[in-house]
Write a protein that binds this ligand. Sequence first.
Ligand code: 5RP
Length: 226
Amino acid sequence: MSDLSPQDRLKLAVAQAAIDYIKPKLEPDTIVGIGTGSTAAFFIDLLAPLKGLFDGTVASSEASAEQLKGHGISVYDLNAVDNVAVYVDGADETNAQLELIKGGGAALTREKIITAVADEFVCIADESKWVDTLGAFPLPVEVIPMARAHVARELVKLGGDPVYRDGVVTDNGNHILDVHGLHIHNPKSLERAINGIVGVVTNGLFADRPADVLLLGTENGVKTFT
Ligand code: 5RP
């Protein structure tokens, strides 16, 4: 692990902090929701030794599902479980209200669905993700392919500069528009406005349902926000 970059060391630290946070809550019937991205990947590797302590997982992407299965951890279809006790995932940006931008890895829709189901959402992020105002990271929007140009025109009306993420097809068979140039002062209302555009599947603002807990990796240790 000594060859990790400083940022990856912080990602590993928050992944370990998430393990320490959830371990006392694990029961034989617990389903753990698993996010997507490099921070979530550290979490999956650290979760593997605990696999005998809980039932299994639901995953927000095919990539995370494959990593979990590689560790011999059960991955269930979300429709097959009654409850997700806790969802652990990274973020591209977070503000002090624990409102997030997610979707840098194009998994935003499944991430938002599992977030909606989970009793508790634990966000794990290194300190580079902390912002005063969301929007410096281009906001991902998942769109039905035939609606891409229409949605892009509507996003321009909302003040954004949408850019097609060329060559990316989501696990749901859709496309991503990354919206640049936003300074998001009211995340909840923008989340709803974008989701109201016909052809949008969902957008990467997690404000209506923000994180419940943020474990933020800093050079001075992991800080917990609730
Ligand atoms: C994937 C996501 C990720 O959580 C987000 O992109 C952060 O990724 P990383 O942990 O690699 O910095 O939303 O869709």
